[in-house]
Design a protein around this ligand. Structure first.
Ligand code: LLP
Length: 430
């Protein structure tokens, strides 16, 4: 495990305008590329990475960016160039990480349901940490490694049974969750790995949940993982190089108290260092959430049932967090000027009542045609978008200083028809 030094410091604008974005630049993007559109700032991502990297500087470490949060190739390239590794959960993410230039050895592959084909791909590629999540999965990993006769680096994702106070959908570290090898089975699983000459047990990992705003569970989980390392060493297993404390570091979307990188580092790093191990972590949201906005245009105003509605051109298909998790995202107009505030429902065009970006929200009085920015949309935004209602998914733009480029084109109506046939060429019978 080595400390990866940052390749470059981000210059340019950080921390100005709309939470770090220049409103004039955002207006230019909305005019040129159209709305809805996701916009990411490379420099804001770099600033987050550097803050965490610096906080962890006392311990050999690697920050493995969680690709699921935002898999755009431009975003991945920014993080790869900073020296990050990648945390992935499917061969689709493996493909993306490799396409962006991540070294296979810097890739962590977790997930409770990796198929044999996925395990085969991961082993062939030589990922750095193939994290086993169950004894049954280990059987398949052993079979694939033997078939390929390929030595493989594996880790065990431990279920540490540590509770977190976060949304029930994103709690993953309690024993009732589907994730990780149950704590009391870890030593037995490790012994089976150690007995297989083709496998090298390199790490223990955990992932407690997402949007965690208290660092205490990280400390608790780290201590529990270190107890396992001690037990493994006592049983003769001395190959563990690193502890991976997972992702989940919370951010401030609205009025949450997000832990500082230093508080996180203090909770995990000293004990890991003292055990002579390297530290790995898998932040997704922390690195990209507040480095992204979703721009949308007001289509109509309407008044109904005593409510004021602002109908915009982005809906739950573009950004599902408000309706799926009831998540609060600040929304601001791009146009300046003092305007009276009103309380509105900001809703999309989808045929569901759950299709909203904000309910009962105070907003300066906006008019049809103007642009709004949905803040904190850099993580779990585009990646969770869908084409429901046959809506092409929005484009993604990456800002570098005072320039930007379209990192992903808007989907087209043709894209939505791809793969379907009106006249079958092959019919099958059972
Ligand atoms: N590592 C593993 C094994 C994970 O499952 C996750 C996220 C992460 C790392 C990164 O977590 P982060 O640092 O981004 O919190 N769609 C939800 C979040 C789901 C998180 C799933 N796993 C949301 O929009 O809040």
């Amino acid at each position: 495990m080595h400390v990866v030094r940052p390749a470059q410091r981000g210059g340019g604008r950080v921390g100005t305008g709309i939470l770090g974005f220049d409103p004039a630049l955002l207006r230019s993007i909305a005019d040129r590329v159209g709305t809805p559109v996701y916009v990411y700032s490379a420099n804001l991502i770099r600033a987050q990475y550097h803050a965490l990297h610096d906080a962890l500087s006392d311990v050999p470490h690697r920050i493995c960016y969680s690709v699921k949060a935002n898999g755009n190739l431009g975003v991945l390239k920014v993080l790869k160039e900073l020296g990050a590794g990648a945390d992935i959960v499917s061969v689709g993410e493996l493909r993306r990480a490799l396409a962006a230039g991540f070294e296979a050895d810097a890739i962590v592959f977790s997930g409770v349901g990796k198929t044999a084909a996925e395990l085969e791909d991961a082993i062939r590629t030589g990922v750095g940490f193939l994290n086993i999540e169950s004894a049954a999965e280990l059987d398949v990993v052993i079979a694939v490694a033997r078939k390929r006769q390929k030595p493989s680096h594996v880790g065990i994702r431990v279920n540490p049974d540590v509770a977190t106070e976060t949304h029930p959908y994103t709690r993953t570290g309690e024993k009732t969750a589907k994730f990780g090898v149950p704590y009391d089975e870890v030593v037995a699983v490790a012994q089976r790995i150690a007995a297989e000459p083709l496998l090298n047990l390199r790490g223990l990992a955990m992932h407690l949940g997402s949007q965690i705003t208290d660092v205490e569970p990280y400390h608790h989980g780290t201590v529990k993982l270190l107890e396992l390392v001690t037990a493994l060493r006592a049983s003769g297993i001395t190959t563990i190089e690193a502890l991976d404390v997972g992702g989940g570091l919370g951010v401030r979307y609205h009025n949450e108290k997000a832990p500082s990188p230093k508080a996180f580092a203090d909770a995990v790093a000293p004990a890991v260092k003292q055990a002579g191990l390297g530290l790995m972590c898998e932040p997704g949201r922390y690195l990209v959430a507040n480095a992204g906005v979703l721009l949308t245009r007001v289509l109509y105003r309407k008044h109904s049932g005593g409510k004021e509605f602002v109908v915009v051109d982005a809906g739950m298909t573009d950004f599902v967090r408000p309706s799926h998790y009831n998540a609060h995202h600040d929304i601001v107009p791009l146009r300046d000027g003092n305007r009276p505030e009103e309380t509105v429902n900001i809703v999309g065009p989808i045929c569901e009542s759950g299709d909203f970006l904000a309910l009962d929200r105070k907003l300066p009085a906006v008019v049809a045609g103007e642009y709004l920015a949905v803040l904190g949309a850099g993580a779990y935004g585009f990646v969770m978008s869908s084409t429901y209602n046959q809506r092409p998914r929005p484009p993604e733009v990456l800002v570098e200083g005072d320039r930007y480029y379209v990192a992903r084109q808007r989907e087209t109506l043709e894209d939505l028809l791809r793969g379907e046939v009106l006249e079958p060429t092959t019919w099958y019978r059972a």
